[in-house]
Write a protein that binds this ligand. Structure first.
Ligand code: ATP
Length: 513
C-alpha cells in the first residue's frame, strides 16, 4: 500500500514538474478538486479527445457529433431526473469530522473481500499449474465462495437500501461491518443523508426576474434534447449515434484523488439510438468495442476489467463499467449504459413535443432506446499518465524516469537537439524543425549536455530525440533516438517525417482495435 501511495504521489508531482497539470488558482492556495491543464497537459488531453473522436465519429458512418451549450433550460434537469435523484448518500465521521460517501465506504469494504478471494485464486493457480480450472475452484472452494458470497450480499443489500431510500439500513450496514473512518479509525458515524450534486447558478440581471439554472452534470442531455434536430437535418436512420465531448460539473462530496474525481471535468459521451428490443445487442457491441479502443493504447490487458452494476441508475436497464487499475486500485473509467427510452420519453412529457422516430421500413413511429458510452477525459488522462510513468534501472546501474506515453498521444512527438551550440548545428536543427512542424509538435533544446537533454525528454514523454552533429553538416544524416528502447539509429533527414509518422499515426494505432 505504501508503495502504491508513493507511486501516486510521484504521479502528482511529475504532472506538475513537467508542465502537465497545475492546481487551479494555486497562488491562492488552490480550489479543492479543480485543476488546470498546463502546456503539455493540454496537448495530451487534446490528443486523447481526438483519438476518441476519430474512432467514434470519423470511423462510424452512422455517428455524428455535436457541441451543445453547458447551460440548458432548467426543465431539462427535472425531466432527466437529476433534480430529484442525482444524489449521493453522504455520511460524516463525528470524531474526525471527515465526510464520506456511504456507498464508497461499503464498496471499498466489498472490494477487500474480492481481493482476498483473488489472492486465494492466484495461490491455487500456482499450485495446480496448467490444470487449474478457475470456474470450478471458485464454485467449490469454501473459503473463496464465502468471500464472494459475502461481497455480493453486502452490495445487494446496499443497492436495496439506496434504491428504496432506506438510508437507515445503509447506516446499519456500515455499523454491522464495523467500517471505520479511513482517516482516524473511529466508528462514530452520523446518519446517512442524500446530497444533490448539481451546481446552481442564475441567468438574468435582476434578482426577481433571474432564472435558476444548473451547470450541466453530464453532457448526455444536450444530445437527447437535440435528438430530432440531428435526426431530421442529418437524415439519420436508426441505428445511429450522436457524440459529444465537453465540460460537466458535479459538487462531489469527496474529492481527494487528484483528477480522478473533480468538480469540473470533461466527458466524452456517445448516445446510440436503436430500435426498442435491440438494445441488448448494441449494449454488448459497445461494451466490446469500447474495451477494444482502450486496449489499442497498449496499457496492458490486465489493467482493465468489467464491473456490472448491482445498483442501476434511475434510467437504466443494464449498466457496466470499464474499470482501470489506477495507482489506488481498480476504479471506474468508463460507463456503458442501456438507458432505455427513459430520457426521450421524459423530454416528450415535460416539453409537450414529440420525440419519436418515424421508421420508414416499418412505417410506424416509436421512441428509440438508447445505449450510452460515457468516458471521463480526465480519468483517461490519469489512466494513461499514471500507467506510463516508469522508474527504470539501466544496465550500468543508473536509473532514469521515463514517461512511456503511447506515442500517438504524446504532446511532443520529437525534440531536435544540436549536439553543441555552435558550428552551424543550431541553425541546421532549426531548419529541421521548420520542416517537421507542419506535421507534428516538435521541440528544440540546446541547453545542457546531450545526455541530460535525452533524460529530460524521456521524463516529458517525447518519443523521439533527433540529434544534429558535425556529420549532419556533411551528409545530411542525424541520429534518431527512441525513448523506450533508447536505441539510436543514423538516418537521413529526408526520412524523418516518414519514420515519425509511422510511429505516431492514429491510423496505425486505431488499426489495432
Ligand atoms: P463515480 O461512480 O466514479 O462517481 P459515475 O458512475 O457517477 O462515476 P457517470 O455518471 O457514469 O459516472 O459518468 C461517466 C464518466 O464520467 C465516468 O465513467 C467517469 O470517467 C467520468 N466522471 C464522472 N464523475 C467524474 C468526476 N467527478 N471527475 C472526473 N471524471 C468523472
Amino acid at each position: 500500500m505504501a508503495k502504491q501511495e508513493d507511486l501516486f504521489k510521484n504521479v502528482v508531482s511529475h504532472a506538475k514538474e513537467y508542465g502537465y497539470i497545475f492546481q487551479s488558482s494555486e497562488i491562492y492556495d488552490g480550489l479543492s478538486a479543480v485543476y488546470d491543464y498546463a502546456q503539455n497537459g493540454v496537448e495530451l488531453k487534446k490528443n486523447i479527445r481526438d483519438y476518441w473522436w476519430k474512432s467514434m465519429v470519423q470511423m462510424h458512418e452512422n455517428i455524428v457529433g455535436i457541441d451543445a451549450a453547458i447551460f440548458m433550460h432548467p426543465t431539462t434537469w427535472k425531466a432527466s431526473g437529476h433534480v430529484d435523484a442525482f444524489n449521493d448518500p453522504l455520511i460524516d465521521n463525528k470524531d474526525s469530522k471527515k465526510r464520506y460517501r456511504a456507498d464508497v465506504l461499503i464498496e471499498d469494504y466489498a472490494e477487500k473481500l474480492n481481493q482476498k478471494a483473488q489472492k486465494e485464486i492466484e495461490k491455487a493457480r500456482g499450485r495446480f499449474g496448467e490444470a487449474f480450472d478457475e470456474e470450478q475452484f471458485v464454485t467449490t472452494n469454501e473459503r473463496v465462495k464465502g468471500y464472494l458470497d459475502q461481497k455480493n450480499a453486502i452490495l445487494q443489500r446496499m443497492a436495496r437500501g439506496l434504491e428504496s431510500g432506506d438510508l437507515a439500513d445503509v447506516k446499519a450496514l456500515i455499523e454491522e461491518l464495523e467500517i471505520a473512518c479511513p482517516d482516524s479509525g473511529s466508528k462514530n458515524w452520523t446518519e446517512v443523508r442524500q446530497f444533490n450534486l448539481m451546481f446552481g447558478t442564475k441567468l438574468g440581471a435582476s434578482a426577481d426576474t433571474a432564472m435558476d439554472l444548473y451547470l450541466r452534470p453530464e453532457t448526455a442531455q444536450g444530445i437527447f434534447v437535440n435528438f430530432l434536430n440531428v435526426q431530421k437535418t442529418g437524415r439519420m436512420k436508426i441505428p445511429f449515434g450522436i457524440a459529444q465531448t465537453g465540460k460537466a460539473f458535479r459538487n462531489e462530496i469527496v474529492a481527494r484523488q487528484f483528477i480522478f474525481r473533480m468538480r469540473e471535468f470533461e466527458q466524452m459521451e456517445m448516445q446510440f439510438f436503436v430500435k426498442p428490443g435491440e438494445e441488448m445487442k448494441y449494449y454488448e457491441y459497445w461494451k466490446e468495442t469500447r474495451l477494444k479502443w482502450h486496449l489499442s493504447l497498449g496499457l496492458g490487458k490486465e489493467n482493465y476489467r468489467f464491473h456490472d452494476h448491482e445498483k442501476l441508475a434511475h434510467y437504466a436497464n443494464a449498466a457496466a463499467d470499464i474499470e482501470f487499475n489506477f495507482p489506488f486500485g481498480f476504479k471506474e473509467l468508463e460507463g456503458i449504459h442501456s438507458r432505455t427510452d427513459f430520457d426521450l420519453k421524459a423530454h416528450e412529457e415535460f416539453s409537450g413535443k414529440k420525440m419519436q422516430y418515424f421508421d420508414t421500413e416499418e412505417n410506424k413511429n416509436y421512441t428509440p432506446y438508447v445505449v450510452e458510452t460515457s468516458v471521463g477525459l480526465d480519468r483517461m488522462f490519469l489512466a494513461v499518465f499514471s500507467n506510463s510513468l516508469k522508474e527504470e534501472t539501466l544496465e550500468d546501474g543508473s536509473t532514469r524516469t521515463v514517461l512511456q506515453l503511447p506515442s500517438v498521444l504524446a504532446p511532443t512527438k520529437a525534440a531536435v537537439l544540436p549536439l553543441i551550440k555552435r558550428d552551424g548545428l543550431p541553425e541546421l536543427a532549426k531548419e529541421i524543425i521548420e520542416d517537421l512542424k507542419w506535421d507534428f509538435n516538435v521541440a528544440y533544446d540546446e541547453k545542457d549536455a546531450v545526455g541530460r537533454r535525452y533524460r529530460r525528454q524521456d521524463a516529458l514523454g517525447t518519443p523521439f530525440c533527433i540529434t544534429v552533429d558535425h556529420q549532419t553538416l556533411e551528409d545530411k544524416t542525424v541520429t534518431i533516438r527512441h525513448r523506450d528502447s533508447m536505441q539510436q539509429d543514423r538516418v537521413a533527414i529526408a526520412d524523418l517525417r516518414k519514420i515519425i509518422s509511422e510511429d505516431v499515426s492514429m491510423r496505425n494505432w486505431l488499426m489495432k482495435m
